[in-house]
Design a protein around this ligand. Structure first.
Ligand code: ZN
Length: 124
């Protein structure tokens, strides 16, 4: 049951982040600023998932994901990098799409995708 919940959670993160990356789903900047909990759930889901199905090959990816998310969560409304990715992810953003935040989002999707793959292997 827990693995199924983790699978749903990880797939949702892949879908939502891909929606932002492809500019199909863009929440308002103010909504993102008030949804720090989403990033916390993103982090916890990935950590719990890694504890169940992780391996040495995805450990560096998971570690990078964890450090990055802790960095953003810690300074959610004060850190300029957190503010930058919040703005980039928002409906209000009007700048270039290909920025460091574009690649950070790809890394995030890749991390959750790896965890989905590992979960799928356990269902065989
Ligand atoms: Zn993530």
């Amino acid at each position: 049951m827990l693995l199924l919940l983790l699978m749903i959670s990880e797939v949702c993160h892949v879908i939502i982040h891909t929606g932002v990356l492809c500019r199909l789903y863009l929440p308002s900047e103010i909504k993102i600023k008030h949804n720090k909990w989403y990033f916390i759930l993103d982090l916890l889901s990935a950590i719990i998932c890694f504890m169940y199905v992780g391996n040495v090959y995805i450990f560096p990816i998971q570690l990078g994901h964890t450090i990055g998310h802790l960095f953003y969560i810690y300074g959610w409304n004060t850190n300029r990098y957190a503010s930058r990715i919040q703005y980039w992810s928002s409906y209000e953003y009007t700048g270039k799409i290909i920025t460091p935040d574009f690649f950070l989002t790809i890394f995030d999707i890749f991390t959750h995708g790896c965890l989905v793959y590992q979960l799928l292997l356990t269902f065989q």
